[in-house]
Ligand binder design. Structure first.
Ligand code: ZN
Ligand code: ZN
Length: 340
């Protein structure tokens, strides 16, 4: 099969992903399925992994590797004990490729927090390729009416957005600010609207503010400098009830904390250090990471029921390096999807 293989970490401008012809994966466990990949979304975490920003967190754990963890494809083969899936069916694979299934997290529906969780794309099992295997327990069926390229972004951006909105304790009376409106942020606007919240999109980049408007944000405010931003926010909205941050920047985290009312909630969906935090404001800072398998099923169901807008653009698999470079320099409107 063809795959974009990462052998050495380095700046994306140096084209570190190499197109290789490698042996197609084989079914190893009895409940595995083999999937012919039709679409794989391009997530900012791949850029961090490839460029070495996350070596301090042990990502990627080994080289060579195939990145990519937002995958949709068709099952071409099933293992002997697969019960619920069949050849020809389409499924999606999220960053959660497997977990131990017996720890406290796994037994209480929080398997994404399992200490033994296996992450898609941190080994040779990644989506920048023509095939992948996955256990049937970690595959989510895709409705026939949903195109593969449309569905792929749901599997990391979608579930991340959904979980972040849940963590913000949404109610109809609340106003939430979404700080950073790209691939994940535009879906966060939509999930927050489904909860009936008033939504304010915040971004530095004018094109990203347009994306927020296009998917239903009630207001957008451009971020330039903290004091200027806060005075515009207070004039137009008052302080926010909650904030969700997807911009990987300490400055934006600080801005989000200061944009929320006393007692409000700030949800962080990115790795960024937390600057000044005044405990006497009784604010809650909360982290969030993808979601469980049942969250994933909810995300696919909600996207279909509500005919959610997913803004994506497709590129051939071979263009992975240049697509990631475009992402690095904010030239991607929302989500890029690779098709083998
Ligand atoms: Zn991702
Ligand atoms: Zn576990």
């Amino acid at each position: 099969m063809r795959a974009m293989v990462l052998e050495r970490l380095g700046p994306i401008e140096g084209k570190p992903l190499q197109l290789r012809e490698i042996e197609t994966h084989k079914i190893k466990k009895n409940n595995d399925v083999l999937v012919r990949i039709e679409a794989c979304g391009v997530c900012r975490s791949q850029l961090h992994g490839i460029e070495g920003d996350w070596q301090k967190y042990g990502i990627p754990p080994a080289l060579p590797t195939i990145p990519g963890h937002e995958i949709v494809g068709t099952i071409t083969q099933i293992g002997p004990s697969v019960k619920n899936l069949k050849v020809g069916q389409r499924i999606g694979i999220s960053p959660l490729h497997g977990s131990c299934m017996h720890c406290d997290y796994c037994k209480t529906g929080k398997e994404h927090l399992c200490d033994q969780a296996e992450i898609t794309g941190e080994t040779m099992l990644g989506g920048y390729a023509e095939y992948i295997t996955v256990s049937e327990d970690f595959a989510t069926p895709i409705p026939d009416s949903m195109k593969s390229e449309y569905a792929a972004p749901l599997f990391c951006a979608g579930i991340t957005a959904y979980k972040a909105v849940k963590a913000s304790e949404p109610t109809r009376q609340k106003t939430v600010g979404i700080f950073g409106v790209g691939g994940v942020g535009h879906l966060t606007v939509e999930f927050a609207k489904l909860e009936g919240m008033r939504v304010v999109g915040v971004a530095r980049n004018k094109a990203h503010l347009d994306v927020a408007k296009k998917v239903g944000a009630d207001n957008v405010i451009q971020f330039t400098e903290q004091n200027e931003f806060l005075s515009t926010l207070k004039k137009e909205e008052g302080l926010l009830d909650s904030a969700i941050v997807f911009a990987p920047s300490e400055k934006i985290v600080d801005l989000a904390i200061n944009s929320v009312k006393k007692g409000g909630t700030i949800v962080l969906g990115v790795l960024a250090s937390i600057p000044n935090f005044d405990v006497f404001t009784e604010k809650t800072l909360r982290g969030t990471l993808i979601g469980s398998r049942s969250d994933m099923v909810d995300v696919v169901r909600l996207a279909k029921q509500n005919d959610m807008k997913i803004i994506f653009k497709s590129f051939p698999l071979e263009q992975a390096n240049s697509v990631l470079e475009d992402l690095k320099y904010s030239r991607i409107e929302a989500r890029a999807v690779l098709t083998p």
